[in-house]
Design a protein around this ligand. Sequence first.
Ligand code: FO1
Length: 306
Amino acid sequence: MEATAMKVVLLAGGVGGSRLADGMARLLGSDLTVVVNTGDDFDHYGLRICPDLDTVLYTLSGLGDPERGWGLAGETYNCLEALERLGEEPWFLLGDGDLATHLWRRQALDRGLRLTQVTDHLRRRLGVTCRVLPMADEPVATRVRTDEGWLSFQDYFVRHKHQPAVRELAFQGSPGLSPELEQALTEAELTVLAPSNPFVSLLPILRVSGLAERLPRPRLAVSPIVAGRALKGPAAAMLASLGFPVSAAGAALALEGHLDELICDEQDRALELPCPARFLPTVMRNPEDRLELARRILEGWPESPG
Ligand code: FO1
C-alpha cells in the first residue's frame, strides 16, 4: 500500500465498483470508505443475500472469483445439488463457501446487529483494510418494470439474464444514513462514483436520505460506458430503453446533479459531454490496471498521492 493523507468515499455497485475499490484500497488503505449498493439484496431460502457487498468484500480480500467477478474462487455447489435432489430448481448460484457468509449474516441480523455492523465483522474477518459500508441499514429493494410487468431485481438480473428491456425503475424502502456513513461523509474530502450501473447501482445509493447533499466535493464519476458499450452487465441496454444516449454522455446525464467531473475512457475523446471531463485508460483488465486507474483518478487533486 502507498501512503496518502486523502480520505475518499467511493460509491459502488458490484463487479465494476469492486475492481476500482481494489485499486483505491491499495492506494488509500483505511482512508478509503466504499459505500455499497444494497438495492440488489434479497431473501432466499431464509437467508439475506447482499450480492454487491459480498462482491466488494470478496474482491478486496482476494478471495473472489476473478472470471465471474462475483462469488468465491474455487467454489463447490454441493448444497445446491442437494437442493436439486429435493426437487428445487436453483436459479441463483449460491456456492458452499458463499453460503457460510449468508448463514453468518442471517444469524447476526437475527441477533439484532445492523447490516453495517455485520458487514464490518465480515470485513475484518476477511482481512479487508479499507472501510466497507452498506448504503443503509434498512432494507431497500430495486424493482424494474419490463414489458412482462414488474420484476424484483434478481428475478430480472439473474433469472431473466437481464434480457427484458427496462422501462421504469422503482425503489422500495426509505433508507436513511447510518451513523458510520454520516461520519465517513463528514471526514472525507473527495467522492468517486465507481464505473457501476447508474440506474441500479448508483442511483439507489444517491437516494438514501441525506446522502447526496453531504457528498464531499469534488465528485468524480467514472463512466461505465466505453465506446458505446457497457464493460459488464445491462448498463448500455438500460440507457437505451430508458431514453438516454448510449455513451459516456448518457451515463453523465443519468447522474445529472451528482457529479462535478466525468472520467471517460481515452477511446471516447471525441464525445461531446454535458460536464467537465478527463480522459484516462479506464478499462481494468487486471489488478495493475485497477491500481493505475485509481492513481490517475486521484492525481491532480490537493493532497493526492501524486
Ligand atoms: N449473478 C448471476 O448472473 N448468476 C448467479 O447465479 C449469481 C449468483 C450470485 C450469488 C452470490 C452473489 O453474491 C452474487 C451472485 N450473482 C449472480 C451476481 C449478482 O447477483 C449480480 O451481479 C448483482 O446483483 C448485480 O450487481
